[in-house]
Design a protein around this ligand. Structure first.
Ligand code: UN1
Length: 509
């Protein structure tokens, strides 16, 4: 057990001391204090936005390829510290160590991708409708970006915002989740290590939800913020989107999911079970891409449920540094919420997949358990068969280790079921029939579709994002995210030496 860290907000390169403190504890072992955090308030957020605002022009004036070099440097620093960062992720939020290492890999991949983008921040040359005139487009940074992130991916998902936003010449106020402050501090230290980023370019603010909302509103009123990047719940996302819209600024929203997996008649059943296990229960079901409901063809339903239950019952849950399918919930509040979701299970449902529901405790032990369930927040994996389209469990995200199962007879019916909850983040189909796969891709209203792979585990250079209740259509990752962090400026250059009027001085053929 390492000694606890003392951390606070960092504004303009200076630590902000004084104020209420909170603790961050290891969710697998409550006696392990990870960090004590001095919390900021709305004023801290406004100060950070002012600091970012002051630093923005100078950062935008740094040539984009040089900003790309700063990103390359960050990638190298993260790579050199990958294991210690991953260990901290596992310790602070309980994500199994191999997954945490994968998460750190995702930061490095993101840096690798964007370092080259510094030399490719292309605009266009565009023909004019008039002679002796040339048109151009340029990508300009939006200005100051406020980034508010969840703690289930406490380092990878922030990098999806931070890396491209910095590369494009923006400055940042980052408000991480209150249950992963140490991961945020470590990430901040790695990003600013070596002086690649001048003070004020990246600011870190620890604040609770109400203070954040208040600080955002005040910053928007002062005209300090030009974009909000938010990953979190659909409810909060819609409030953030409304706040940004009221001030004529936009938000990039990455929200919840109720991600469906269709198992078609020609599916490889073992592969489908493996995919369901990984995306249903990996990260204790606490990914936005986690599997919500398996929609399995009538002909395979019973066999699928039998194999899925058997695989789930033999998977270990426990110490996230051990060989487990998943560890504890991210923080106690997620276990409390999971108890509420368990309350949604109705009489007509059949519950399998674990030796009990809800929290794992000493009086309710589970085969394969390798941690101490008494000192951490661990939940049983729960398969709920027989869910119906009108059930709460079918319609709403249950951020935890719970997977619903229902059945279908025609592909159109499966697609309608997949779309019914109104989210639209990730989805998958298991089939060996290409026609099924293409029809599903076209019919499902999700931003991401997998064929013969699970709903989780998107690669870092494809567009990531959702529709409906999963977001406002914005996409992260790859070149597409640059549309979030830049705005197009057009240039109209007339070298004719006379006033040429568009739409009026028409050149006839
Ligand atoms: C999230 O849960 O917010 O595709 C992101 C995945 C991960 C990212 C999940 N690469 O499952």
């Amino acid at each position: 057990m390492s000694s606890p860290l003392n951390i606070s907000s960092v504004v303009g390169g200076v630590a902000v001391t004084g104020g209420a403190t909170i603790e961050s504890r290891n969710p697998a072992d409550d006696s392990d204090l990870v960090a004590t955090v001095t919390m900021g308030d709305a004023g801290t957020l406004v100060d950070a936005a002012r600091s970012a605002h002051r630093a923005q022009q100078a950062w935008a004036d740094v040539p984009a390829p040089v900003r790309g070099r700063a990103i390359a440097h960050i990638g190298r620093v993260v790579e050199a510290n990958a294991e210690s960062l991953a260990r901290l992720v596992t310790r602070e939020i309980g994500k199994p160590y191999p997954e945490a290492l994968g998460e750190v890999r995702e930061i490095i991949d993101t840096c690798d991708f964007f370092l080259g983008e510094g030399r490719r921040l292309y605009g266009q040359t565009v023909p004019s409708e008039m002679p002796d005139k040339q048109l151009f487009t340029f990508r300009e940074p939006v200005g100051v970006v406020t980034v508010i992130t969840a703690g289930n991916f406490p380092v990878a998902v922030p990098s999806w915002y931070l890396v491209p936003a910095l590369l494009a010449g923006n400055t940042i106020v980052w408000k991480p989740a209150d249950y992963s402050p140490a991961c945020a501090q470590a990430m901040f230290d790695l990003f600013t290590q070596g002086g690649g980023l001048p003070d004020g370019v990246l600011n870190l603010v620890h604040a609770d939800g109400p203070a954040t909302y208040d600080g955002l509103e005040r910053s928007l009123d002062e005209g300090l913020i030009n974009k909000i990047g938010f990953t979190g719940s659909t409810e909060v996302g819609s409030q953030i989107g409304a706040l940004a819209g009221k001030h004529l600024q936009s938000a990039c929203l990455e929200l919840g999911g109720k991600n469906p997996m269709v198992v078609a008649p020609s599916a490889d059943l073992d592969l489908a079970v493996e995919g369901a296990l990984f995306s249903g229960f990996g990260t204790a079901g606490q990914r936005c891409t986690s599997l919500g409901t398996v929609i399995v063809h009538d002909s395979l339903h019973d066999e699928f449920v039998r194999r899925f239950t058997a695989a789930t019952e033999s998977a270990a849950v426990g110490d996230p540094f051990g060989d487990v399918l998943y560890g504890p919930m991210l923080a106690p509040k997620f276990a409390e919420r999971f108890e509420i979701y368990l309350g949604w299970i109705e009489d007509h449902h059949t519950v399998t997949g674990s030796t009990g529901r809800g929290l794992i405790g000493a009086d309710n032990p589970r085969a394969g358990f390798v941690g101490d369930p008494e000192s951490g927040v661990f939940c049983h994996p729960t398969i709920v068969d027989g869910v119906r389209p009108e059930d709460k469990i079918f319609l709403h995200e249950t951020f935890g280790p719970m997977v619903g199962v229902t059945s279908y007879s025609t592909l159109d019916e499966a697609i309608a079921l997949a779309n019914r909850p109104g989210y639209g983040l990730s989805s998958s189909i298991y089939t060996s029939d290409p026609a099924d796969a293409f029809r599903f891709r076209k019919g499902v209203k999700a931003g991401m579709v997998s064929v013969n792979n699970s709903t989780s585990g998107a690669e870092a250079h494809l567009p990531f994002g959702g529709n409906g209740k999963s977001g406002n259509g914005s996409r992260q990752s790859g070149v597409w995210v640059l549309d979030q962090f830049t705005r197009w400026q057009s240039l109209n250059w007339d070298y004719s030496g006379r006033l040429q009027k568009a739409q009026m001085d028409v050149v006839e053929l």
